[in-house]
Design a binder for this molecule. Sequence first.
Ligand code: ZN
Length: 572
Amino acid sequence: MLIGKTAQQGMMFLYICRKNSFIMQKKTLMLWLGLSLGITSQAQTTLKTTPKLPNKPKLVIGIVVDQMRYDYLYRYASKYTNGGFKRLMGEGFNCRNHHYDYVPTVTAAGHAAIFTGSVPAVDGIVGNEWFDQKAGRTVYCVEDSTVKTIGADTKAGLMSPKNLLVSTITDQLKIANNFQSKTIGIALKDRGAILPAGHTANAAYWFDSKDGHWITSSFYMKDLPTWVKDFNGKKIPQKYIAQGWNTLLPIEQYTESTPDDQAHEGKLSGEQKPVFPHELAAQAGVNLLEVIRSTPYGNSLTKDFALAAIQNEQLGKGSQTDFLTVSFSSTDYVGHAFGPNSIEAEDTYLRLDKDIAELLSFLDGYVGKENVLVFLSADHGVADVPGFWQAHKLPAGTLDGAAMATAVKNALNASFGEGNYIKADENNQFYLNHALLKARKISVSQVYEVIRETLLQRNDVADVIDLQHISESSIPTYQQGYVRNGFNPRRSGDILYFLNPSWFTGRSTGTTHGSVYRYDTHVPLLWYGWKIKHGETSQRTNISDIAPTVADLLSILEPNGSVGNVITEVVK
Ligand SMILES: [Zn+2]
């Protein structure tokens, strides 16, 4: 009874203090509490000197929207629900001026940079593919022939994070609490699941279209968990595809986008025209389920699987913080095919907004918003379709990569005699045949001079850079920094060519990304939930700042290759 009365008095005292003054003298409170609760003076000392243990969120969710440009947050805002992107912006913190600061701006490099707080120069993920001079072949970022596919009889699971040279924020979380956290990565794309989840992940799952199953590799486990097998057994991809793809809203309401039928839009498998309704029919030689990637249903399927993972793995219900990474890949496939100004892209974002709203509302009931830390960003942006720009008298275009390669080959043969001087062209970088150059006593600089002179005759090439002498190039200093951050001496090429803004190597339909320009570097960064106050900043932030900021919020060490800074406005 005495304790009850004391506690009651204590509460009353706190109430009065709060009412009278927000600034509560800590010493006075401790002394008063100590006296009224009968705590000895020794215990009081302990109370005073023991630092307050940092509170942790129960669950961190890192969301990547593949190819989401910053401006999409606003362009479609009038049609977004209140529960998705607008909720993240309205209740969370918005870093409006958030950029990549390296090239190439592509999926694998982006996912690695977000979760390692690093850049390709350090983390080693210099592209989706790069040429391996030692092996004499192009390698894929997450390929691993030493592991087995788990969950399918295909080669889609021969993957692991072994090419990632550094730790991720998800790894650091596990190291911080002796591997008690659960960390899981999910994406349709293998690299979108594997790189964020890191080396110590409990699991990474990606999509194999052969049977429409979520699979993994023996790097993570020997057999799929029962819940994953059950999920696969439900044949959800087949159900989505059977619906066909029509617009969520009446098509005349898509006023932010160009009319549906455009010559510069790509077509889905089996289609005659790039128009709604997309029937999602089978095409000879292509697995029907593959088409789900290029529809908003690929994102919905990812959301369905993420919700199943949270519930079945009881993420956020353990004693330590768990970490789920979810990458929505379909925005990228749709964006590549139809471009940012298409009704298809708009519809995909309106539907993703609903998927994100469903995820946030689920979290409300599951652990509560106050117990979950969410951040959302993108792995790169994208260029508008050149055909769309040309139609509006804007400068843009595509160049024929094969013709350019022939011109370079001819120039090198004319200068140095017949020979195979270039082994590969990956990520706009030429990998030279160093053995041949050595045998013929030709220097890289000599080759560079010939290639530069040849390519600068074209009006679509902005500049050519000798990657051993980046600072000697005539490109602006900030672009030199981007090139340096993307250059890894063992994995990058020798000579880089820059195209003009809004130009890329490609075909007449669709679009791509990978450049140093703003449309490829400017992506959203939203923070939401535990400890996050509402606000926004237009101060420049870099993609490598995300992981150090998460580390600061969680009071854990940054990933070992991190080069970013804590975004102080988010954590204060
Ligand atoms: Zn892409």
